[in-house]
Ligand binder design. Sequence first.
Ligand code: PLP
Ligand code: SF4
Length: 346
Amino acid sequence: MEDWQQQLHNSITDLQALQRRFGIDIAPLEEVARRFPFQITPHFWKLLEEPDDPLWRQFIPHPAELAPDTLPEDPLNEEALSPVPCVVHRYPDRALLLATGRCASYCRFCTRKRRTGHRAASEEELAAGIAYIASQPAIRDVILSGGDPLTLPDETLCELLSRLRHIRHVEIIRIGSRMPATLPERITERLCRMLARFHPLFFCTHFNHPRELTEESKEACRRLCEAGIPLHNQSVLLRHVNDTPEIIAELCRKLLTFRVRPYYLHQMDLTRGTGHFRTKLDCGLHIMASLRGRISGLAIPCYVVDLPGGLGKVPLTPPYLLHKDGQTLLYSPNGKAVLYKEEDIG
Ligand SMILES: *Cc1c(COP(=O)(O)O)cnc(C)c1O
Ligand code: SF4
């Protein structure tokens, strides 16, 4: 067993450990954990400090997950957009390959809550997924997602990547993984050398709070970078976790020091059992407005809403442009209106 597999194996899955360490009553959480698995890696377990801190809220089960809301389990309509069980094909040129439902730690807000914790795709399912991608010449960009594809052993991943690379129309491959945050030991030199054989390959990390940006994670990102893999990050905007301009600004600034470019800030999807994480759209817009002019433009992600029904992601930006009485006004980052003369063309 490699060290990372040992660490994964040592993950905490028993609520009793919470009771022992924090003295909380775990009875209300038992049913939640039966429905949606509880697992947290030793690395993240060490980062927990106290109940309801930003790590706790992301990974410790909460009774609100079972609240009887009327939201769908699959708000992005991914099941309907699945031509075969492990592919989601929404945009003509891009497809998700969901190789496994396993993750190193389970985020309570996950949009794929309905399937996280499920086993890895079988050999036949993966073969069907790859055959589908091979049959669709419009697909240029394949995103390995899950679950977390890096729960798979190096050999399985390598086999999968080389089968994708043999498809002529696949131009780029992306890997979406939370491991640089949750299990940085997973990002071994060996893994990085293997990934580097499949360029152009991009890696999307998932950090939500500055406290996740540890020295170990920095080292994991360094290894990926040195294998020539461009890194970008997706965060989810989470109530009482990172829903302030200060926290998002610090997160995004620090990501750049890890050589990770902030890519998306996701509005929480309308997934059943995640209402306690959702912020208003205005909260996200307020954060975006406060970043502009205040931190490096390279550190500013794009705030996106994945439209219900699987209609696609759309960016939301604060209003900087206003047409009024035949005039064009633009707003500075500080909110000062500037009259902008648009030259007539021709
Ligand atoms: C988010 C997503 C993508 C990738 O979108 P980009 O905007 O290109 O990063 C592709 N397919 C599905 C189904 C998605 O949800
Ligand atoms: S790591 Fe990703 S797929 Fe896994 S639970 Fe978290 S958000 Fe969901």
